[in-house]
Design a protein around this ligand. Structure first.
Ligand code: PLP
Length: 432
């Protein structure tokens, strides 16, 4: 579910009018729905209830302290990829003992921090990393819990930049050699082999690749359980969301006219296909969803600054840029664009490019897109921007980071203030 819908002619997040948020807090502005995040967590949690399981939310998808706090209160664990994320989780009230630490390039400082905080497991991506974790753990006089990430060499059928489970990707240890890697890891003095992990990619829109990967890896899991007594198998994240025609049904007006809506991979289907494969393994199952949890829970609001009619195109120049939301530029990501004032069912539309102010031709949110007619000063929502949105924002072009709002029913909380110019240059110095 998600909680964005037109009500009394204007787009709302739960009970809050988005236009009023844009007017009050300025644009660009990220707005998240608390109810949607909680609904997604609870639905996945209950779909997995037949299994001994732990949901380790992939922190990198949206790491605002308020979002992490919401999930921590639900009992979530966290999948982290840096020492900074571990500190965020802790600051937000999360339990380091429920954290898994992923990523191919963990540094000494990060490993030491994670060992001191007592994380649940390191998910190691190379033998060199395991050897280094062993060394650091030995220096601290502790044992490091470790799982290896297997690269099962299956095709996730997703964008190449977010495909991670093929042999040519940098992630994980080859399926063909992982048994020997486990044998060597298990022989190390300061490492405890605790599990097996995999993550084949992001934004998977069918259950097929997940099933293929689990089926391929299941005999390995059985072997590791038998030989080393591993206690968990993490199947990673990657559950895809709907980016096209994603507004809740039941709206009036132009959204209803669309027929070829994207088909979501539902949690019910995901669970119905995977739980029967996972249950016989007799292990604790970890899940690391990021996008699924927060993607459809967020929008980015932006205001139309100018219209520019070129000889072949009409450009709507908006006040948000690729530095605020980079998915279109980086992954050719699609975001539906909805005006905050609801257009009539028979309202005019126009074919436009929606572009930002950043000095890059890649700085666009839509090209040759038919959207309801807008005037200068109108506000638009870029839908499904809750995951890999704000977290990837940068200060490129010396643009301040946007503010973030968390909506809970009728209430809107500022969960991150808009960056000021002084914040932006903090730490810089002119020599002399
Ligand atoms: C990014 C990542 C995830 C989350 O991926 P989503 O597609 O957002 O669910 C999970 N596990 C690992 C190891 C990751 O790198």
């Amino acid at each position: 579910m998600h909680s964005f819908h037109y009500q009394d002619g204007s787009l709302h997040c739960e009970g809050v009018d988005l236009q009023s948020l844009a007017d009050q807090h300025g644009t660009p502005l990220y707005v998240y729905s608390q109810a949607t995040i909680l609904d997604h967590f609870r639905r996945l949690d209950s779909a997995m209830s037949e299994l001994d399981h732990l949901i380790c939310y992939a922190t990198k998808a949206n790491s605002n302290l308020a979002v992490l706090n919401l999930l921590a209160k639900e009992g979530a664990g966290f999948d982290i990829v840096s020492g900074g994320e571990l500190q965020r989780v802790e600051r937000a009230g999360g339990d380091p003992g429920k954290c898994t630490f992923a990523g191919v390039g963990k540094t000494r400082a990060e490993i030491e921090l994670a060992l001191r905080k007592g994380i649940y497991c390191f998910n190691a991506e190379s033998e060199a990393e395991v050897a280094f974790i062993d060394q650091v753990a030995g220096e601290l006089g502790v044992k490091a819990p470790v799982a290896l990430r297997v690269n099962p060499n299956v095709d996730a059928h997703t964008h190449k930049y977010i495909s991670t489970g093929k042999s040519e990707n940098k992630f994980g240890i080859d399926f063909e050699t992982i048994r020997e890697a486990y044998a060597r890891a298990a022989a190390l003095p300061n490492v405890t082999v605790r599990g097996l992990q995999m993550h084949i990619g992001s934004q998977l829109t069918s259950s097929g690749p997940f099933i293929e990967a689990v089926e391929k890896v299941a005999p390995l899991v059985a072997h590791l359980k038998e030989t080393y007594g591993i206690e968990f198998f993490s199947i990673g994240g990657g559950i895809g969301i709907v980016y096209q025609d994603s507004l809740a049904s039941g709206n009036t007006g132009w959204w209803d006219a669309k027929e070829d809506a994207e088909k979501p991979l539902t949690i019910e289907e995901y669970a119905a296909r995977l739980v029967p494969l996972l249950k016989p393994l007799g292990l604790r199952i970890l899940l690391e969803p990021g996008r699924y949890m927060v993607g459809n829970a967020g929008v980015m609001l932006t205001r139309v600054l100018y219209e520019k009619k070129g000889s072949v195109k009409t450009f709507k120049i908006v006040d948000a840029g690729m530095n605020d939301l980079i998915r279109p530029a980086l992954y050719q990501g699609h975001h539906d664009i909805a005006p905050l004032r609801e257009p009539g069912a028979d309202g005019a539309t126009e074919m436009v490019d929606v572009v930002g102010p950043v000095c890059e031709s890649g700085d666009f949110f839509a090209q040759n897109r038919e959207i309801p007619a807008t005037a200068e000063g109108d506000c638009l929502a870029l839908l499904s921007s809750g995951a890999y949105g704000f977290v990837m924002a940068s200060n490129y072009n010396s643009r301040a980071l946007p503010a973030e709002i968390l909506v809970d029913g009728e209430k809107a909380h500022v969960i991150r203030k808009r960056q000021t110019f002084e914040d932006l240059i903090a730490g810089e110095e002119i020599p002399g």
